[in-house]
Design a protein around this ligand. Structure first.
Ligand code: FME
Ligand code: ZN
Ligand code: ZN
Length: 408
């Protein structure tokens, strides 16, 4: 399906490249242009379009294809519109030009995360609609801001609003991660982000003296405890081939702050950590563990949370879950092999699952190196188009799941 020149390019690819050129890059995304883009898609496809301003300047755009049975819950296809920043000098091509090379690779920030998925949803719906299909369940596509900075001005607010409840979502799809092999990764849960700053206070003094009980000495103890825990989790992951990254708790030391001069022992120093807590961890016990590492380091060592997600949820991946049954059946019929995993990072799925809507994280990108947030993020047009085919099969199945016990 690789097309060589712009003349022969598949229109879905052309649309994808148009969207990639919209500069929705953090920290100052052009959300207005993205909203206008989706409004225009709604107009072209004859879909309902609703704009919900969840915070000043932060709009969730909802495109709706009504089902034939309004008594049934709906299918929610979510995607975020923002992308992470770039280091331009490390890119082979301008990351906002959506350059396509002679082999069919499209280079752009958002090519994998996750502008591809937004357009794949839209193009699958377009195809099904053009072919004259109707399905019992309504399909809503939500295009949300700010996922890349935590979703606090996006999905986290949207799920609390009446407009969200009015969608009556029964099941959601959201982003996954590419898979370099023939298989497709699908995420049924997520680790919980805990961003922790440990602040240590101690005796100050002249840099030439053996000062006792310093902030640095105590901070060092906490850092050692946490890095020893990191090593333990790493070993646990390494030694068990059945465990995937998302199944263990990770932590990285991401910031060290403090100090004023070489010869002044500071009274305060801090270390910041990015923990990703596995869903099977006892959260209360884990927090107590963090507190006890601080206490063991000495007086005046405290911790604070900049991010602390406390509601991990697991979407069942067995036939007790009719949505999973429909999803996995289509994949089986299409000969796609699935690798169910726990998402190592945090996506908007956590907010969706937390309000009781089962969700799967799925980006239909196989045979693709994982380049999200990386330099030279790119996607082959054939992989992109195959993803449209996959949604074209998934959506009819999901939107035709018979009434659940709770719906009759
Ligand atoms: C915890 S809010 C940050 C969310 C971010 N999501 C995608 O990369 C992440 O770091 O996982
Ligand atoms: Zn993403
Ligand atoms: Zn991302």
């Amino acid at each position: 399906m690789t097309s060589k020149g712009p003349k022969e390019e598949h229109p879905s690819v052309t649309l994808f490249r148009q969207y990639l050129r919209i500069r929705t890059v953090q920290p100052k995304p052009d959300y207005g242009a993205a909203v206008a883009f989706f409004e225009e898609r709604a107009r072209q496809l004859g879909l309902g379009c609703q704009k919900v301003e969840v915070a000043p300047g932060y709009v969730v755009t909802v495109l709706t294809w009504p089902g034939t049975n309004p008594a049934l819950s709906s299918i929610l296809l979510n995607s975020h519109t923002d992308v992470v920043p770039v280091f331009k000098e490390h890119w082979s091509h301008d990351p906002f030009e959506a350059f396509k090379d002679s082999e069919g690779y499209i280079y752009a920030r958002g090519a994998q995360d996750m502008k591809c998925v937004s357009i794949q949803y839209l193009e699958a719906v377009r195809r099904l609609k053009v072919e004259g299909h109707r399905f019992p369940r309504t399909i809503h596509m939500t295009f949300v801001p700010d996922e890349e900075v935590g979703g606090h001005q996006g999905m986290e607010l949207f799920v609390q609003r009446p407009e969200f409840h009015a969608l009556r979502a029964g099941f959601a799809l959201d982003e996954g991660i590419a898979n370099p092999t023939d298989a497709f990764t699908v995420f049924y849960s997520e680790r919980s982000p805990w961003w922790v700053r440990v602040t240590s206070t101690g005796r100050p003094g002249h840099g030439s003296l053996f000062i006792e009980d310093t902030a640095a000495e105590k901070l060092h103890k906490v850092v050692s405890s946490i890095l020893a825990f990191r090593e333990k989790e790493w070993q646990r992951l390494q030694s068990n081939p059945h465990l995937k990254e998302g199944a263990v708790t990770s932590v990285n030391l991401t910031k060290l702050e403090g100090g004023v001069a070489y010869n002044v022992v500071p009274a305060t120093m801090s270390a910041s950590f990015d923990f990703r807590v596995a869903p099977d961890v006892d959260f209360k016990a884990f927090e107590e563990q963090l507190q006890s590492w601080c206490q063991a380091a000495g007086e005046g060592v405290t911790l604070e949370f900049a991010q602390k997600w406390m509601h991990p949820q697991v979407t069942p991946t067995d036939d007790s879950n009719p949505w999973w049954a429909a999803f996995s059946r289509v994949c089986k019929d299409m000969n796609l092999s699935l690798e169910p995993e726990i998402m190592p990072a945090a996506t908007d799925s956590r907010f969706i699952r937390a309000v009781g809507v089962p969700a799967l994280g799925f980006s239909p990108l196989n045979r693709t190196p994982v380049l999200l947030h990386d330099h030279d993020e790119r996607l082959h047009e054939a992989v992109f188009l195959r993803g449209v085919d996959i949604y074209t099969r998934l959506l009819p199945a999901l939107a035709s799941v018979p009434a659940l016990p709770s719906e009759s």
